[in-house]
Write a protein that binds this ligand. Structure first.
Ligand code: S3P
Length: 441
């Protein structure tokens, strides 16, 4: 099968309503929480993608049974201490930093050494950021020389609680330490820079012993040992990170409108909406409701007449961390210079995304000034690339692929984009939805 896509034509304007797949962060968390619950948990609209399937494979290796019936996933949890730690266990987190890092917090009292491996992209990512705090609980780690995967973790049965300052705004590190805190004696104290808070909301919904004080720039979190976890039946709302590709496609076209149904609009995830509004885009959240602690709504967007440049406030960085690649396309069409800073974390993702963002913009004829943590984008509202553009060798980063497709469909040019398979990581339906937008109905 050809693993590239050629795009030589812009997409026509549309007025459509779509639904995107389930939220990735919530899907992975549902799998992990349910694996520790006492009994049967069910999920509707679980994201069926390689990242979530890797999470399901991981808990199966730990002795947890699962089933998929009538579009519902079922996990048969065996309680908070119910994992079966076999000798010589190898767990493959594949492409998922979220799975790899969160799972380590749950393996903190494993009886035997467990090896964690990942694909080529994950094996280039930093795991010291999580082995450091988890070691303080008492777990023993062996990492490769560069402090990356593969690693082994060997737990201890009696864990000390710790004090942990999370300064990167990493929800993965924060969540992993929360999981470990729930397995250790005493009170674990976390002072965490603001980041997505799905783990905390699920803990609260499940009435687990977590206490949170929200300060202006960080949260103070206290976690105590959890005795048991109730089963968790969950209807996963749609993913704002997947929605962002279609929100921005609409923004980059003329006279188009889109409604995306039932999206998770947790305020720690909606940086993309705040940023686009600052750039002059009209976005309306309709049917806003709260579901098990999470905000959910339909998102309506209309193409703006002009796009304003932005000097992006750094407080929005964590809220929009997975959307910057696609946001950079909006800056490319703005009538002025946009500036995004303090974004070193972007280069720690599935690929060095600051670098790839600049590369895509340069290919379409947009000037950028890039440092290791910032990018200045010289927007051009009349952008009309004609040349041949090839996107390949980007470590199969799903968001690089999807961003390139949106750029091709909205700006034009003759594109050949490799590694089409990468969408299986987070959004297998992506190209099907594009085709739906192309149809006149
Ligand atoms: C995630 C946290 C973020 C984000 C990732 C999903 C999560 O990573 O980029 O896609 O579900 O906790 P960091 O924790 O590295 O910021």
């Amino acid at each position: 099968m050809l693993n590239f896509i050629s795009i030589n034509k812009k997409i026509r304007n549309f007025k459509k309503t779509i639904t995107v797949s389930g939220d990735k962060s919530l899907s992975i968390r549902w799998v992990l929480f349910s694996s520790l619950a006492n009994g049967k948990s069910k999920a509707k609209n679980l994201l069926i993608s390689d990242d979530t399937l890797a999470a399901i494979q991981a808990i199966k290796k730990l002795g947890i049974k699962t089933n998929y019936k009538n579009k519902e996933y079922i996990i048969y949890g065996k309680g908070i201490n119910g994992y079966n730690y076999k000798k010589n266990l190898v767990i493959n987190a594949q492409n998922s930093g979220t799975l790899g890092r969160l799972l380590l917090g749950l393996l903190i009292n494993s009886k035997h050494a467990i090896k964690l491996i990942g694909d080529r992209s994950l094996s280039k990512r930093d795991f010291k950021r999580i082995s450091d705090p988890l070691s303080k609980f008492g777990a023993k780690f062996k990492l490769n020389n560069e402090k990356k995967l593969p690693l082994t973790i060997k737990g201890v049965s009696n864990l000390n609680s710790i004090k942990y300052f999370e300064n990167r705004g990493s929800a993965q590190c924060k969540s992993s330490v929360i999981f470990a805190g729930m397995r250790s004696n005493g009170t674990t104290y976390i002072r965490a820079k603001k980041s997505r808070n799905h783990t905390e909301l699920l803990c609260k919904y499940l009435k687990l012993p977590i206490f949170i004080k929200k300060k202006k720039n960080y949260d103070e979190i206290k976690v105590r040992k959890a005795k048991s976890i109730k089963p968790l039946n969950y209807n996963i709302p749609s993913d704002i990170s997947s929605s962002a590709f279609f929100i921005i496609l609409t923004v980059l076209l003329n006279k188009s409108e889109i409604t995306i149904k039932n999206v998770n609009v947790n305020p720690t995830r909606t940086g993309v909406i705040t940023i686009l509004r600052k750039m002059g885009v009209k976005i309306i959240l309709k049917n806003l409701k709260t579901y098990k602690g999470e905000k959910v709504s339909d998102i309506y967007v209309k193409s703006p007449k002009i796009i304003k440049p932005i000097n992006c406030p750094t407080r929005l960085n964590s809220e929009a961390i997975d959307e910057f690649l696609i946001i950079f396309l909006v800056a490319a069409k703005a009538n002025g210079i946009s500036y995004f800073k303090n974004l070193a974390e972007l280069n720690q993702k599935e690929s060095p995304r600051l670098k790839w963002g600049a590369y895509i913009l340069n290919q379409i004829g947009i000037k950028t000034d890039t440092t290791k943590n910032s990018i200045k984008i010289y927007g051009n509202p009349k952008l009309n690339p004609k040349k041949k553009i090839i996107i390949k060798n980007y470590l199969k980063d799903h968001r690089v692929f999807m961003t390139s497709v949106i750029a091709a469909l909205s700006f034009g040019g003759k594109w050949k984009i490799y590694d089409k398979d990468s969408i299986k990581t987070s959004f297998p339906n992506f190209l099907k939805i594009i085709n739906k937008l192309k149809k006149n109905d």
